[in-house]
Design a protein around this ligand. Structure first.
Ligand code: SF4
Length: 86
């Protein structure tokens, strides 16, 4: 039996979770990656509407935003941004 892996069909996505309860609202993630992160009315970080999924602190982005999100994650002083591949 022969298996063919079609790399071109593989879509890279990344899931993002912000632990909003622990967010201190410093704004670093928004400054570094404003297309994905923004401070919400409560002063804590949220995923922008375009990329948001089930709630303010949950989202999913495509390959083109992975680096930006990783940079924001590394900049978070309280390490409350988590990422994973679906
Ligand atoms: S960098 Fe971290 S602590 Fe600062 S606003 Fe973003 S999620 Fe909150």
């Amino acid at each position: 039996m022969t298996y063919v892996i079609l790399d071109s069909l593989k879509v890279e996505t990344m899931k993002i979770t912000i632990n909003r309860e622990e967010c201190i609202g410093c704004g670093a993630c928004e400054a570094i990656c404003p297309e994905i992160f923004q401070l919400a009315e409560d002063g804590k970080s949220a995923i922008t509407e375009k990329y948001r999924k089930s709630h303010l602190g949950h989202g999913e982005v495509g390959e083109e935003h992975v680096q930006c999100v990783e940079n924001a994650k590394e900049s978070c002083p309280v390490e409350v941004i988590e990422t994973s591949n679906p």
